[in-house]
Write a protein that binds this ligand. Structure first.
Ligand SMILES: Cc1cc2nc3c(=O)[nH]c(=O)nc-3n(C[C@H](O)[C@H](O)[C@H](O)COP(=O)(O)O)c2cc1C
Length: 371
């Protein structure tokens, strides 16, 4: 029925058994302090057993103290968390999927009194502090060390988080990078820091491919636009990136009425992945309400993406891949575009997320896990 969706696909040295991946989704299931918890393991076992070829685990901090998005953000910043990460990678692989972990510095969106950024820009009423070049060098080292731990923990891949308006994206963006040194101004300068991070990470990891969550469009008038972003995509390709996972928006644009409206539509970010795919040969992943087999198949057939990223789509219904494969799509439990982004609201309040579309029995069971 879907000639592309269930065919294998090569990412660097790795063979994905089909075109389906789980997109990274932070749900607040780690312990306070960022340790891998039993409920997090259970969640990722379920996601990996769904039939997707690869699970990209939510962002893990490269510097928990200064650069984590929340007190429940996973940690890849100390060896003390290596055992937990090993259990996480093993759980995903035992359940039949390749395991990838996303690493991140949250920059000006970090959960700290004074977050850092490329420049001193206002961030929802707080002024971020501009990083010094010495501090930037230490962050580069932290990304490399974190990626080394990801490899040591047994993950098959590591992904750099260059999306959502976090630190790597902040350097690319003309809106948040107003530096007048070698790291600001022209695109050539703004891309320097993320490329230094990638180079250091690639030097540290020996066996595993490195992917990139990629901000194509900030959806803000003075923000990063596809024209510049796609030039950066070519830089990443030249620097040896294994795949590019396209997304749009940051915390400053997600709440705009026209973006809320756009985000309700199936495949709402496919134009972004298509813009990247037109410029590079490396595999591209798309996400954004890829909610039916037809939408996904068409996106691949029309060369808008190579791989499908399922975030809330898979979390709402971990049987999505089987139902699509078996022609039982009428049984899919869909992420509800009218729920007011309930999962996002829950995690922003520091609570573990529960999907309001889940059947009552499942909701009850998962509620008790956090009681
Ligand atoms: C609650 C929530 C948490 C998310 N966490 C991450 C994350 O940790 N890293 C990331 O790159 N994207 C994250 N995203 C974005 C998703 O990966 C995905 O791009 C987006 O949800 C659209 O796909 P979907 O409609 O299948 O959910 C998150 C999105 C939501 C709603």
């Amino acid at each position: 029925m879907y000639p592309h969706l269930f065919t294998p696909f090569q990412v660097g040295p790795l063979t994905l058994k089909n075109r389906l991946t789980m997109a990274p989704l932070y749900l607040g299931y780690a312990d306070l302090g960022g340790a891998v918890s039993p409920v997090l393991l259970e969640h990722y076992r379920l996601m990996a057993a769904s039939g997707v070829a690869m699970v990209v685990v939510e962002n893990a901090a490269v510097d928990f103290e200064n650069g984590s998005g929340s007190p429940r953000t996973l940690r890849a910043d100390t060896d003390a968390h290596l055992d937990g990460l090993k259990r996480l990678a093993a759980a995903i692989k035992e359940a039949g999927a390749l395991a990838c972990l996303q690493i991140n510095h949250a920059g000006r969106f970090a959960h700290v009194p004074q977050p850092v950024a490329p420049s001193a820009v206002d961030t929802f009423g707080r002024l971020a502090r501009a990083l010094t070049v010495d501090e930037m060098k230490r962050i580069v080292e932290r990304f490399a060390a974190a990626a080394g731990r990801v490899e040591k923990a047994g993950f098959d891949m590591v992904e750099l988080h260059g999306g959502t308006g976090y630190l790597l994206a902040e350097f690319l963006s003309p809106r948040t990078n107003r530096r007048d040194d070698a790291y600001g101004g022209s695109l050539e300068n703004r891309r320097r820091f993320p490329l230094e991070v990638l180079a250091a990470v690639k030097e540290t990891v020996n066996r595993i491919p490195v992917g990139y969550r990629f901000l194509v469009d900030e959806w803000l008038d003075d923000g990063l636009k596809p024209e510049e972003a796609t030039r950066f995509a070519r830089d990443l390709e030249a620097a040896g990136i294994a795949y590019i996972s396209a997304m749009g928006g940051t915390y400053e644009s997600f709440g705009r009425p026209e973006i809320i409206e756009r985000s309700r539509r199936p495949g709402y970010m496919l134009a972004l992945s298509a813009a990247v795919k037109a410029q590079v040969e490396v595999p591209v992943i798309a996400a954004g309400r890829l909610s039916t087999g037809k939408v996904c198949e068409k996106a691949i057939a029309e060369q808008k993406t190579d791989l499908i990223g399922l975030g809330r789509v898979l979390w709402a219904d971990p049987d999505w891949p089987r139902k699509v494969a078996d022609g039982r799509e009428d049984e899919i439990i869909h992420c509800n575009p009218d729920c007011g982004d309930a999962c996002m609201q829950m995690v922003m309040k520091g609570r573990p997320a529960l999907c309001v579309s889940w059947p009552p029995e499942k909701m009850k069971t998962w509620k008790t896990k956090f009681a």
